[in-house]
Design a protein around this ligand. Structure first.
Ligand SMILES: [Fe+2]
Ligand SMILES: [Fe+2]
Length: 488
């Protein structure tokens, strides 16, 4: 599996066309009132956290200064969201942002107030690791910078700022290399080491004799951040319905019960699935879609076939599918179509994330099962009006994201490749082109935001992977393939 991770579209993606660029006057529109309320709430909560408990040392002007600083913090954060991460400007992610920001402020403030604990223990990487995993590393870095300024001013310690800034950035960056939950503790080690080095460097630069306990507090702060992030992450994933890269990596484990069942009960489908995953991952990388989501979506796309594996050609062995040969074509098509609904139900029962369930539900779009449709026409005669094409089509919906569309294309390309007698580079080229063109002509790619240029790049990626397959395994005997038909 590719190590490089992409940012998952963790929240419902909103069409950019609905957001015609950033304009100051748009901020004051009536429909954005609740966002103003969110901002005001955040400013008030942060002000309370930073100004309580009241002491005689804090003058009115000190308080005013802190409130101005916090207001700037929230405004900059808000404008950044508006400009670059408009998909997070909906209630759920904003609530999660507020929870993370306020809890970070509380923890930092408590540590600043406790004389027994060094300020270097402030777990800034807790925020940057979670921000990076749940939102985006760049957003996480921005909040880290803003918080580093607030904490340093609040603690009246300029030496604290570089330690928090670097620790936070290392945390945000280390989170992008996490492949399993326990890797987060490694992130803690990196943050702790960064803290120690920066405390040393700042000490040497400022020529002051620092306490060696500060180094230990700095190292401890790194570990504390990662352990805290590791503990709360599963709860945040569950309550906010977010699918992090870690969750996807866990679901991509082929030894999980559902995939294990697929390999035993529907081995043909399982092998098809593995191949679709490789194709789809290469396609996603070619166009900057999420390769991890596409791989996991591909693993589960046909999981519904577990319920009636022998009704699918890939599990029936060579020759005509005996189960279907005794059935009316419309009944056969109903059974084949049902694997999508069954897949969704199985996925829901196994608590797969919605992004994966969406791929299962959209991987055939409203495509026609041409084989059974042709059989029905053959049986009843071309003119027979009782045969409706809609009865041989999947119910949809059509793919709505790039990821779903890539799985759809990879699925059809793999099915066509498997039963193709022409396993030459030229043959693969024309076959991929034909399959993709058919999907375009059938309007299956109308609702996703893939451009024609991207579709061409995806096709090239498919050809590259399939070319690798024919070079490594050679050709099937032609006789085996002549009698086969394709049902994806
Ligand atoms: Fe399927
Ligand atoms: Fe499939």
């Amino acid at each position: 599996m590719k190590k490089r991770l992409k940012i998952v579209k963790r929240f419902e993606k909103r069409e950019k066309s609905n957001y015609p660029g950033f304009k100051i006057r748009n901020i004051f529109a009536r429909s954005h009132l609740w966002k103003w309320a969110w901002g005001a709430g955040l400013i008030s909560s942060l002000s309370l956290v930073f100004l309580l408990p009241p002491t005689s040392e804090i003058t009115f002007f000190n308080k005013l200064g802190m409130i101005i600083l916090i207001t700037f913090f929230v405004i900059i954060f808000f404008i950044y969201l508006w400009r670059f991460w408009v998909q997070f400007l909906i209630p759920k992610p904003l609530s999660l942002c507020a929870i993370l920001i306020i809890s970070m402020a509380l923890m930092g403030r408590i540590i600043i107030l406790l004389p027994q604990v060094s300020n270097y223990f402030i777990p800034i990487a807790f925020l940057s690791i979670l921000g990076s995993l749940l939102f985006a590393p760049s957003l996480s870095v921005l909040v880290t910078l803003l918080f580093s300024i607030l904490f340093s001013i609040n603690a009246a310690s300029l030496n604290l700022m570089p330690v928090l800034v670097m620790g936070g950035i290392v945390g945000a960056y280390s989170a992008t290399f996490v492949h399993q939950r326990t890797d987060l503790t490694k992130g803690g080690l990196y943050v702790g080491t960064s803290n120690v080095l920066i405390i040393l460097a700042v000490g040497l630069l400022a020529s002051y004799s620092f306490d060696h306990w500060d180094l230990l507090w700095g190292m401890g702060g790194g570990f504390f951040s990662s352990i805290l992030a590791l503990t709360v992450l599963p709860y945040l994933e569950t309550y906010f319905g977010i699918t992090t890269d870690i969750k996807l990596l866990e679901l991509g484990n082929l030894n999980l019960p559902l995939l294990n069942r697929l390999s035993i009960e529907a081995p043909g489908t399982y092998h098809h699935t593995i191949m679709v995953a490789s194709l789809a991952e290469a396609g996603a990388e070619a166009v900057g879609a999420n390769p991890l989501l596409v791989r996991v979506g591909a693993y589960y796309h046909d999981v519904g076939k577990i319920l009636r594996p022998h009704f699918f050609f890939e599990n029936a062995g060579a020759g005509k599918n005996s189960y279907h040969s005794k059935m009316a074509p419309n009944l056969s098509s109903m059974i084949v179509i049902s694997h999508v609904k069954d897949g969704i139900e199985l996925a829901q029962r196994n608590r797969l994330p919605q992004v994966v369930i969406d791929i299962i539900g959209q991987h055939h779009g409203t495509g026609l099962i041409a084989y059974f449709y042709r059989e029905a026409l053959k049986e009843r005669g071309e003119e027979n009006e009782s045969i409706h094409e809609e009865n041989f089509r999947y119910p949809g919906p059509k793919p709505r994201t790039k990821e779903s569309a890539i799985v759809m294309l990879a699925d059809s390309v793999e099915a066509a490749f498997r039963f193709s007698p022409q396993k030459t580079l030229k043959g693969i080229h024309s076959q991929v082109k034909k399959v993709v063109n058919n999907k375009l002509k059938d309007n299956q790619l109308d609702e996703c935001d893939l451009t024609l240029g991207e579709i061409a790049r995806i096709s090239d990626a498919f050809v590259r992977i399939l070319a690798g397959v024919i070079h490594t395994r050679g050709r099937y005997p032609e006789e085996m393939l002549k009698s086969q038909s394709v049902v994806g």
